[in-house]
Design a protein around this ligand. Structure first.
Ligand code: NAD
Ligand code: DAU
Length: 351
């Protein structure tokens, strides 16, 4: 085998697409997926590649320093792609502590393990930290987040991700750890846990339950199909410049309400419902605390320097996503049992 690449959070939404891409594309590399399998981690996401010769799964928690050191001691790791995180803003509002532990303490454990293991021999090594556009805060009607935009995180989730980004950059400047960072906009696509807007709405429409829209639905997000994020991660991991940051976005801004109206039309068609039937499920509920108004990414640097671009239009990506959820009913049923039901009633019944 050529190289060993450690991917953290590989059983989650984005991580599973990255693991699949790397296992299938880099057959001469060992791909290790390290994941604690929290409520958001699901090995079902990787059934198609789990028996490949170049794939290994390790169940471990990045907040467990000894476990992480052991993984580095037992494997000759050349590269890290760090996706493991607590990722849902609403959960960070009700339970910020879990975000501090995983997103900050977990990241420093990985940084220390990489630094100790690579020591002076880090020339061909790479620590790639996956982050979010939310670290830049909230935009008004105009402007875009560039790599130079000052950090202004406003939720416990984004503050914890901002802290981890700062730590990763500090290890580059202080210890010359060969790092690279990317900050991406909202992802959508197959395997996303149905606590996030698009899969939650698909599931509710399917079951004729109300679609909860926070506030007036005027908040704007920039949506990117998850496989396009995975392809950007591949390009940045292999060709990004050490010490640099790359913004990744879809050039695809939607207010939540127009996005949901479009989704309702797609669902009406797929479920053979009368046009307008699903829209009747839209319900405006109490706004998210500190709800960021607008995110929009300028990914000129990534496009110009590394020749990346999104491959899909939103219309096609959304239809593919709906098709996947309707076809994978068992996946959906399994993830919405147990913990999800408790979460859903706590999050939405009082709104
Ligand atoms: P996710 O919640 O779907 O998956 C997170 C994964 O991390 C899960 O498999 C979970 O089991 C694992 N994990 C959580 N805590 C862990 C711990 N302590 N130790 C080991 N594993 C742990 O998240 P996602 O949406 O796939 O996001 C992945 C990464 O991408 C995160 O770092 C997130 O901040 C970032 N990101 C997400 C988006 C998005 O729209 N979803 C956009 C930009 C950046
Ligand atoms: O921008 C990147 C970020 O995108 C990632 O870093 C996060 O990990 C990811 O969760 C996502 O954060 P958002 O908060 O933007 O995603 P979410 O799907 O939770 O919400 C999208 C928008 O929809 C947001 O404006 C809140 C709104 N919303 C969300 C839910 C769950 C609703 O109106 N109703 C809902 O029930």
């Amino acid at each position: 085998m050529n190289k060993t690449i450690l991917i953290t959070g590989g059983a989650g939404f984005i991580g599973s697409h990255v693991v699949r891409l790397f296992v299938n594309k880099y057959t001469d590399c060992n791909i290790i997926n390290l994941d604690a399998l929290t409520y958001a981690g699901n090995l079902e996401n990787l059934r198609d590649i789990e028996n490949k010769a170049n794939y290994t799964f390790i169940k471990a928690d990045i907040t467990d320093e000894n476990a992480i050191n052991q993984v580095f001691a037992e494997n000759n790791i050349d590269g890290v792609i760090h996706l493991a995180a607590e990722s849902h803003v609403d959960r960070s509002i009700t339970n910020p502590g879990a975000f501090i532990k995983t997103n900050i303490v977990g990241t420093i454990n990985l940084l220390n393990a990489a630094r100790n293991s690579w020591k002076e021999n880090s020339a061909n090594k790479r620590f790639y930290h996956i982050s979010t556009d939310e670290v830049y805060g909230s935009l008004g009607d105009t402007g875009f987040f560039t790599e130079e935009t000052a950090y202004d995180p406003r939720s416990p989730y984004s503050a914890s991700k901002a802290s981890s980004d700062h730590l990763v950059r500090a290890y580059f400047h202080t210890y010359k750890l060969p790092i690279v960072i990317s900050n991406c906009s909202n992802n959508y696509g197959p395997n996303q846990f149905p606590e996030k807007l698009i899969p939650l709405s698909i599931n509710n429409i399917k079951n004729n339950n109300s679609i909860p829209i926070y506030g007036k639905g005027e908040n704007i997000r920039d949506w990117l199909f998850v496989e396009d994020h995975a392809s950007a991660i591949d390009v940045i991991f292999n060709s990004g410049k050490i010490g640099e940051t790359y913004n990744i976005g879809g050039d695809n801004e939607w207010t939540n309400i127009s996005l949901i109206r479009m989704l309702c039309k797609v669902m009406d068609k797929k479920l053979n419902r009368e046009i307008g039937a699903s829209e009747k499920l839209i319900t405006f509920v109490k706004d998210r605390a500190g709800h960021d108004m607008r995110y929009a990414i300028d990914s000129t640097k990534l496009k110009r320097e590394l020749n990346w671009k999104p491959s899909l239009t939103f219309e096609i990506g959304l239809e593919k996503t709906v098709d996947w959820y309707l076809k994978n009913d068992t996946w959906l049923k399994n993830v919405i049992s147990g913990e999800y039901e408790k979460y859903y009633s706590q999050q939405y019944t009082k709104r």
